[in-house]
Design a protein around this ligand. Structure first.
Ligand code: AMO
Length: 437
């Protein structure tokens, strides 16, 4: 729209005539005059209406799309330091009339409904300033990730979603009828990122991952995005973890820089980073949970959700000033077929998780780069090397020592904003029950 002024720019136009456009967020009819709250993509503005404008709005509901030509005035406020502005309406135009009342009230500071109602009515509830803010923060996390990777000289790759074989093993994949064959929806870009890394040495991408999860939890989706990353010629796993830490720091710095208003609105304090994210082995983590957390899970082959929470929201902030903690050396049983075994410590693997302020947000490690060893690992996992012909071709014709990681976009958003359910951090979530909107 030509000559449109956005709401956040109104204070720079004091005394001038402007054109603003947006949604009728709220309306107070005082008979001879009224106050409309107009919402655009930058914020909310009060518009003072005359009786004739109120007449134009008769029979119309909130969310009607309007255009206002009016004069920017200083708003009278009880607080003399507030320095807010409002628009005195001269002309009101209805761009899109709404005649049905909105199903969920979104003109309040908070949407006061259950999560399922919020999601059933996503088309409308997404318009609430706090809902909008969540996905502005999410976009900033993506910008920070991309900026970091580009500075390293790594190459962005767009990975396929339809695939022949499951990349992460297990039964958690969706089958698709692909002409007269069976295909799967990718569980991750694992195999592809490794193959492209063999050319570009450092690759990244924001891919789609699908997991046929059996249960609905507050941390799992059936469709999510992964920040994929892979790098070659590494000296060891520490180098991969260094990248994971540096990229998270940049992502959070980007949110702090670009989302000041959003963070204020959501009233969140981002997790502390500390000087360095602590790095502990799984055994050490379980011992800490026993000795300092008082719960003995030392016989377990993994961290429970409660242990992850304790480690990243209690132990690491207290001991290291950080809400992030790397946990390394998960046992063979939990490792994927592509994970490199630590031959100096039989049974241990070169793998790690980054637990970020509540739960795991990253999984990564070093990969098997030798052909014979990879064939053996695939067999050891009970898989058939013939199903991995294309993948193994990269080992056969040489890949360097390498590693990488995958970071869940929605998990990261959930944890840094302290949202209780991952679906709040997912714009259009899909879970065991939900496939709409
Ligand atoms: P993994 O399966 O651990 O590793 O996934 C990596 C990250 O993706 C996120 N994630 C999920 N988010 C929402 N819903 C789910 N169901 C879900 N499952 C996983 C988590 C997790 O840390 N190929 C490896 C990564 C690698 O080694 O590079 C992989 O897919 O944040």
């Amino acid at each position: 729209m030509k000559n449109r002024t956005l709401v956040t720019a109104l204070p720079f136009h004091l005394g001038q005539e402007v054109t603003i456009a947006g949604w009728l967020h709220n309306l107070r009819d005082m008979k001879n005059f009224g106050f409309a709250i107009l919402r655009d993509r930058t914020g909310l503005a009060q518009v003072v209406l005359e009786a004739a404008h109120l007449e134009q709005l008769k029979g119309l509901q909130l969310e009607t799309v309007i255009k206002v030509i009016g004069v920017v005035k200083e708003k009278k406020s009880k607080d003399p330091n507030a320095k807010e502005v409002e628009v005195q309406c001269v002309t009101l135009e209805i761009l899109s009339p709404v005649t049905d009342p909105v199903p969920v009230e979104i003109a309040k500071p908070d949407i006061d409904v259950q999560l399922e109602t919020l999601l059933d009515n996503r088309v409308v509830t997404l318009r609430h300033p706090k809902q909008r803010a969540i996905f502005r923060v999410q976009a900033a996390l993506v910008h920070g990730y991309r900026a970091y990777m580009e500075r390293q000289g790594f190459t962005e790759i767009f990975f396929p979603i339809l695939a022949g074989a499951a990349s992460e093993g297990g039964a958690e994949f969706f089958k698709v009828n692909y002409y007269d064959r069976e295909a799967t929806l990718t569980q991750s870009a694992q195999l592809y990122k490794q193959i492209t890394m063999g050319v570009y040495e450092g690759v990244y991408g924001l891919s789609y991952s699908f997991r046929a999860e059996k249960f609905a939890t507050s941390r799992h989706l059936t469709e999510f995005n992964q920040f994929e990353f892979e790098v070659g010629f590494v000296d060891g796993m520490g180098e991969v973890m260094d990248h994971a830490e540096a990229v998270i720091r940049e992502q959070i710095a980007t949110v702090e820089r670009d989302c000041i208003e959003e963070l204020k609105l959501l009233n969140v304090t981002l997790p502390p980073l500390g000087a360095q994210f602590p790095r502990v082995t799984l055994k050490e983590a379980l011992q800490l949970y026993k000795d300092e957390g008082g719960i003995d899970e030392t016989a377990e082959p993994d961290l429970s959700p409660a242990a992850e929470r304790w480690l990243s929201t209690e132990w690491a902030p207290k001991a290291h000033g950080s809400g992030f903690v790397f946990v390394t050396s998960y046992p063979e049983a939990k490792a994927k077929f592509y994970t490199k075994p630590d031959h100096d410590h039989p049974g241990d693997m070169f793998n790690f998780d980054l637990i970020g302020f509540g739960s795991e947000i990253i999984s990564g490690g070093l990969r098997v780069n030798r052909y014979d060893e990879q064939i053996q690992r695939i067999k050891d996992k009970g898989l058939n090397p013939a199903d991995f012909e294309d993948y193994l071709m990269m080992h056969k014709y040489g890949i360097p020592p390498e590693g990488g990681f995958g970071m869940g976009l929605q998990r990261l958003t959930q944890n840094i904003l302290s949202l209780s359910n991952i679906k709040e951090a997912t714009i259009f979530p899909r879970d065991v029950q939900r496939l709409r909107p």
